[in-house]
Design a binder for this molecule. Structure first.
Ligand SMILES: C[S@@+](CC[C@H](N)C(=O)[O-])C[C@H]1O[C@@H](n2cnc3c(N)ncnc32)[C@H](O)[C@@H]1O
Length: 232
């Protein structure tokens, strides 16, 4: 066991956690920057398309760490009638999200709430679907957020949690060069820091153990997805 652990950390290295909320204006600007978004929007569209296949039968979805709301807006377009609550700790991010929600005339479908996903202001079993993108690696205490998520989800709710993947440490530089090639300046720094803070497939699997029946899928080398179909 001891040797196994030593070998694991020799091969995979260690996470370097990053700050929780993205509320520094410069970071928010870099994140929503048009050039970053051109690349990100392609990734987000793919994620939203897959997410929509899980939420087709849902009525109320929670998106944790919704940021500028690109994914929930795209899911709303794909799943008519679905109501979505986007939660984020960062007011600057939510202001960007609100601009987009207004611009796309989705105020009746997407509600934005400023809160920590470790203390969600919702009743038990309020949602029959849950998603997040690039959130888990930001969390100081991910177990707390996952406990909250379990509480606010109804039993058998659909799940789609997506995050970056941390590669073996020997491959980190090449991984960053390949998957970060479209990012520049501050956005590139943010991407690199996020990958260093991300989980391996094994670590993420252990983290989400409490969410019964979920599967952890490797997606395209750079991402991991935690998914569960809606029951019934
Ligand atoms: C990398 S961004 C991803 C945003 C969005 N999901 C997307 O795909 O574009 C991570 C987001 O999670 C938010 N966040 C970090 N910790 C949080 C927490 N404890 N509760 C709620 N939101 C949090 C950050 O403020 C940021 O907007």
């Amino acid at each position: 066991m001891w040797l196994q652990k030593r070998l694991y950390s020799w091969w995979w290295g260690h996470r370097v956690p990053e700050a929780e909320a993205m509320d520094i204006e410069e970071e928010v600007a870099a994140y929503v920057d048009a050039s970053a978004q051109r690349h990100l929007s392609g990734l987000d569209e793919g994620a939203a398309r897959r997410a929509a296949t899980f939420f087709g039968c849902c009525r109320c979805l929670i998106d944790l760490g919704c940021g500028p709301a690109a994914i929930p807006l795209s899911v709303a377009d794909r799943v008519p009638g679905l109501r979505i609550v986007g939660v984020d700790l960062s007011l600057p991010m939510l202001l960007r999200a609100r601009q987009e929600v207004n611009r796309r005339d989705k105020r009746d479908r997407l509600l934005l709430v400023c809160a920590s996903c470790s203390a969600l202001p919702f009743r038990d079993a309020s949602f029959d679907g849950a998603c997040s993108n690039s959130l888990l690696h930001h969390l100081d205490r991910p177990q707390l957020a996952l406990r909250e998520l379990s509480r606010v989800m109804s039993s058998g709710a659909a799940v789609f949690l997506r995050d970056l993947r941390r590669p073996p440490r020997f491959l980190l530089r090449i991984h960053l060069a390949i998957f970060g090639r479209c990012y520049r300046g501050r956005m590139r720094e943010l991407f690199d820091a996020s990958v260093r803070a991300a989980y391996t497939r094994k670590e993420l699997g252990e983290l989400v153990e409490r969410l019964e029946g979920v599967r952890v899928i490797l997606r395209g080398g750079a991402h991991l997805e935690v998914v569960r179909d809606a029951a019934g």
